[in-house]
Design a protein around this ligand. Sequence first.
Ligand code: TRP
Length: 456
Amino acid sequence: MVSVPRGLWGSRVGFILAAAGSAIGLGNVWRFPTTVGRSGGAAFVLLYLGCVLLIGLPIMLAELAIGRATRRNPVGAFAALSGGGLWRWVGALGVVTGIGILSYYSVVAGWTIGYFLYDVGGTFGSVPSEEYVKQAFTALISNPTMALALHGVFMAATMVVVLGGVKGGIERAAKVLMPVLLAILLLLVLRSVTLPGASVGLEFYLKPDFSKVSFATVMEAMGQAFFSLSLGMGAMITYGSYLSEKSDLHTSALWVVSADTAIALLAGLAIFPALFTFPGLSPAEGPGLIFVVLPNVFDKIPGGLIFGAGFFLLLLIAALTSSISLLEVPVAYLIDERGWTRRRAVVVLGTLAFILGIPSALGHGAVGWLTSLPGIGVSFLDAMDTIFAKYSLTVGGLLLALFVGWRWGVEAALAEIAFARAPRVNGLMFRLLVRFLCPLAIAVILLQLTLSSLAG
Ligand code: TRP
């Protein structure tokens, strides 16, 4: 194992931006509303908030602590802290998951490129209606050349950024562009909640109906929390490994978690009130939800085309600051542990993720059996999302909590987190959550799901 000298973030703000850039992405604007819509609305939102606070925040602190303590990629980090035992496989699971998620993340990000071009080219300019937008969306994603080309362009962009290092370019860009994304999102929320008939959607989004909650819903909420916060596969271990000794992990993590949650909640507020004012659209629309609803909202804003183009461009940038963290994890592994050059690691892994993403790109109409997998009935992309985002991230989070709680040790983690400036009770909370609540809650939900799928 060779330990190469590693770069450091320039400042705490730089790190918070990079980590928030990783967290804020398609997970907030695309996956969150999609999952809320499918899982029955407000009750899910509450479960989600619970998961973020009780499971997401402690796991994020744990990941950052592991990263900074070892200054390694996930595989090397687990190996270093456990004396080289089986724990390194938890890191390996994360490395594989990074490629898995990146493969289809890039496909959806490609759709946002298409939408940006639609807006700029004026496709939505001529009397759009839900039907019209739906057809345009279907035409875009079911066209194999388009879907593959856009997927390829996004993957190439991700590779270029990771090749060049993250610090100067993306970090600086994120600083300017994230606030603009927030501003446009706020504008959308304002328009959406003032549409006639918005109250139906507001009720769906804000008034919980707990009869819709099941173990499957809790599992969705947990998976979404891990996905949105970039947890469960060592992305935060990797980002934490570039942190300097002095920075206070506790405050940084709070910033990242709050920013990520705020953007997700706003995205829901932009989408659901509008959704219910368009007859013929269902909240359970699936992965296409935002792509069908949002252009209709933009249509009702003066200068909507410009805002639409701006919005999808910014969403694209948000997706890029996330996808680079997905690629950075396996890249860091190959550099640290296998002695590869950054260049070779990026080219090989990026190509691999592109190829793995091809069935996801073709599984929206271009190829029938990929659109509805035989025997399962969901698209290839949906299946990948279930395997990697729902299961792999939660299993990774469970093992990570067990590792920090019972193997590496809460004391060591706490020393790394530097709670000095935080109230004492937080240390106690962290101990309780990481040792008991997190592993127990995740294990119970996984077990229950496995049992019920066996019984079914
Ligand atoms: N959090 C990102 C989003 O919300 C996606 C993402 C980036 C991610 N890196 C990750 C998810 C690492 C899980 C693990 O879009």
